[in-house]
Design a protein around this ligand. Structure first.
Ligand code: CDT
Length: 320
């Protein structure tokens, strides 16, 4: 077996008023709980470090900049260093979503993968599918999602990568990405809306991906944005949103014969914007092997065997 112990760290709401230190200390607590269960790699949600601010029209550049971090300095920036120090101390890899400001001033919705043993960021992904609009809706009661206003569409493609030092002795057995079934685990990252479209999954699938990680912030009820085909109550809309979340995680895991880990930022942000829970781990047969019970801070943990990815990949010649 090629056993890996993985976790999704679901976060409850990060209000506009929640201090950054409090968010980091909750993330550290979750990391410690995951480590106590034996987790070797832990996924945190999209924009884990802040509120899901694209729902607001923010006119002040200073106010907006406070939600962004400089991507390459995350492990050393005073804001975020304690989380990376803890990951290194525990020897647990982490993947973290955040709003990235690059050196040219461009904004990106980014996820990084940090290897604890290497002590560095080994992979970076920028969200390709930016949902919502650039301008707010005319309806003053609408829930906006202004990602197209604040972020550029991702420019790093869907590059699978090997995660070193998680499976003893694995490195010697295979190093090429695509050569699934041996060596270090092959992983890929998606961010929220990306999970609903086939191409990201397929690009990773064709590179032999064994684990896809996807952090998300999914509004339970936003009739101006989606769900307008059929009027629904907020409760019905949330059930539907959780259904579609699990549908795409399960179906795409099955179609690409890989595991997936998804981590939500969940619950009522700012007391009124409801985000779905449903963080889960799915297997290559499309089954959910572990899932969140609530909508607060919670670890979803599973021990998985990457050998299970082989059957689906090797039965189809185009993928082998
Ligand atoms: N954060 C994010 O990408 N959320 C979207 C909401 C859909 S808006 C049309 C999602 O796909 O979950």
């Amino acid at each position: 077996p090629r056993t890996l112990k993985v976790a999704a760290a679901q976060l409850g709401p990060n209000h506009l008023t929640t201090p950054r230190e409090e968010i980091i200390s909750r993330m550290i607590k979750l990391l410690q709980s995951a480590s106590n269960l034996g987790a070797q790699t832990v996924l945190f949600p999209e924009t884990a470090l802040t509120n899901f601010f694209p729902r607001y029209l923010i006119a002040s550049q200073t106010e907006l900049d406070a939600f962004f971090e400089h991507g390459d300095s995350l492990p050393t920036s005073p804001n975020t260093k304690p989380l990376f120090d803890e990951a290194q101390k525990l020897g647990v890899d982490i993947s973290v979503g955040f709003a990235e400001r690059d050196k040219d001033g461009k904004g990106w919705n980014t996820q990084i993968y940090y290897s604890a043993k290497k002590g560095e960021v080994i992979a970076k992904y920028r969200k390709v599918h930016l949902p919502g609009t650039k301008e707010p809706f005319e309806n003053p009661d609408a829930i906006n999602q202004l990602e197209k206003r604040y972020f550029e569409p991702g420019n790093l493609g869907f590059k699978a990568f090997r995660t070193p030092d998680l499976i003893p002795g694995a490195a010697k057995k295979g190093s090429e990405v695509k050569e699934h079934g041996k060596g270090d685990p092959i992983m890929g990252m998606l961010i929220c809306n990306d999970r609903r479209w086939a191409e990201g999954w397929r690009c990773y699938g064709l590179q032999g991906v064994e684990v896809v990680m996807c952090g998300y912030n999914t509004t339970g009820y936003a009739p101006d944005l989606w769900g307008a085909r059929k009027p629904m109550t907020p409760e019905e809309a949330e059930v539907d949103a959780v259904f579609h979340h699990k549908l795409v995680m399960q179906a795409n895991s099955y179609m690409n014969s890989c595991f997936s880990i998804s981590a939500a930022k969940a619950g009522l942000e700012d007391g009124k914007f409801d985000l779905i829970g449903g963080s889960c781990i799915t297997d290559p047969e499309g089954h959910i092997v572990a899932e969140a019970k609530g909508k607060g801070d919670e670890i979803v943990f599973a021990e998985i065997d990457l050998e299970e990815c082989r059957q689906g990949k090797e039965m189809v010649s185009a993928q082998a």
